[in-house]
Design a protein around this ligand. Structure first.
Ligand code: GTP
Ligand code: MG
Length: 298
C-alpha cells in the first residue's frame, strides 16, 4: 500500500564540518557516513534511507562546499552541487561558527539560489551554542527569503531532529518508496569498508596528511562457510615521507589503524574480518584527474 505515503530525496548541503554526516547518521539511527573533527571528511554522495509508517525519505549527504584548490576538491564540490540539484528538498545546514563562515556560506547560497526545489535551513550544534544564540542566527538568516522554513537542531543529542523529519515528511509529495524498506543505504559494503579505513586514517593522522590519503579496496571476498570476510585495502599517499608516517615506527601506526578499522568492520558485517592494509605512493594524486578516477573519484 502506497496510499497516503510520502517519498522523496532530501539533500543535506553546507560548508565542511557543520555536521551533515552526523545528522544523517542520527536520522537513520545507524552509522552510514563517516564523521571526523576535521573539515572535508565526506568526499562522495552518501544516500541514507529512512522508511517508516509515513513513507520514505532518501537523505543525500555529500562533501562540504568550499573553494576548491585541487582536482579532488573540485570533484567534491561538483558532487555536493549535484546532490542539491537532484533532490526534492534542499536543506542548508549551518553551525555556530558563522564568524569564520563568510566565503563558504556565499558559495553555498549561490548553489541554493540556483535550485528550483524548496530550501530549508537547519541551524545545528545548538547543544554547544545554546538555543538563544542559535535562534538569533536562524531569525537573521530567514529574513533573506531564501528558505521556506527554519529549524534548530543538535545532530549530536538529537534535539529538534524528530520535528525536522516530521516537517520534511509533510512537505514531500505522495509517492511510492524508491528502495526496499529494510535498506539503510544504496552503498555497497565495499564502499563502506573503504570509508571505515579512511575514517580511522582521518582520526589518527594530523594536520594536512588526511587530505593526501585515498583508500581503494583491492579485494573484498566473503567466505560465509567460515564466517569470514577478507579485505585488502590500498592506502595511497602523495609522497614517500607520508608513507613513512602512516606506517609508523616498527609499523605501529598502520597496525593501530588496521586494528581500529577491523573492529568496526566486524561490527558492520557481523563476521570475522581479515584486513590487510598496504601503503603506496601515487605522486600528487589529489591534483591529477586521471589518478582521481583510478582512485574512484569519478
Ligand atoms: N557539539 C556538537 N558537535 C557536532 C554536532 N554535529 C556534528 N558535530 C561535530 O562536528 C564535527 C563535524 O561533523 P561531521 O558530521 O563530520 O560534519 P560534515 O558536515 O559531514 O563535514 P564534512 O564531511 O567535512 O563536510 C564532528 O566532530 C562532529 O562530532 C552537534 O550537533 N553538536
Ligand atoms: Mg560529512
Amino acid at each position: 500500500m502506497t496510499e497516503g505515503k510520502k517519498s522523496g530525496f532530501v539533500a543535506l548541503v553546507g560548508r565542511p564540518n557543520v555536521g551533515k554526516s552526523t545528522l544523517l547518521n542520527r536520522m537513520l539511527g545507524a552509522k552510514i557516513a563517516i564523521v571526523s573533527r576535521k573539515p572535508q571528511t565526506t568526499r562522495d554522495r552518501i544516500a541514507g534511507i529512512l522508511t517508516d509508517s509515513r513513507g520514505q525519505i532518501v537523505f543525500l549527504d555529500g562533501p562540504g562546499i568550499h573553494r576548491p584548490a585541487k582536482a579532488l576538491n573540485a570533484y567534491m564540490v561538483r558532487t555536493a552541487q549535484r546532490i542539491a540539484e537532484e533532490a526534492d528538498v534542499a536543506v542548508h545546514i549551518v553551525d555556530d561558527r558563522h564568524g569564520e563562515a563568510g566565503e563558504e556560506e556565499t558559495l553555498v547560497r549561490g548553489i541554493l539560489e540556483n535550485v528550483s526545489v524548496p530550501r530549508m535551513l537547519a541551524v545545528n550544534k545548538i547543544d554547544r551554542s545554546g538555543e538563544s544564540a542559535a535562534r538569533h542566527r536562524l531569525e537573521r538568516m530567514m529574513k533573506g527569503g531564501l528558505y521556506k522554513e527554519g529549524f534548530l537542531i543538535s545532530a549530536a543529542t538529537g534535539k529538534g531532529v524528530d520535528e525536522f523529519i516530521g516537517r520534511l515528511f509533510s512537505i514531500l509529495p505522495e509517492g511510492p518508496a524508491y528502495y526496499p524498506e529494510e535498506d539503510l543505504t544504496d552503498l555497497p559494503m565495499r564502499f563502506i569498508a573503504k570509508e571505515i579505513v579512511r575514517e580511522k586514517l582521518f582520526e589518527a593522522l594530523s594536520e594536512e596528511l588526511p587530505y593526501s590519503v585515498a583508500v581503494t579496496i583491492e579485494e573484498y571476498s566473503e567466505e560465509p562457510e567460515k564466517g569470514l570476510v577478507r579485505i585488502r585495502a590500498e592506502i595511497s599517499v602523495e609522497r614517500e615521507s607520508q608513507k613513512g608516517i602512516i606506517i609508523g615506527r616498527g609499523g605501529g601506526m598502520l597496525k593501530k589503524i588496521g586494528t581500529e578499522a577491523r573492529l568496526e568492520l566486524e561490527k558492520e558485517t557481523g563476521e570475522r574480518v581479515y584486513l590487510e592494509l598496504f601503503v603506496k605512493v601515487e605522486k600528487d594524486w589529489s591534483r591529477n584527474e586521471t589518478m582521481l578516477r583510478r582512485l574512484g573519484y569519478v
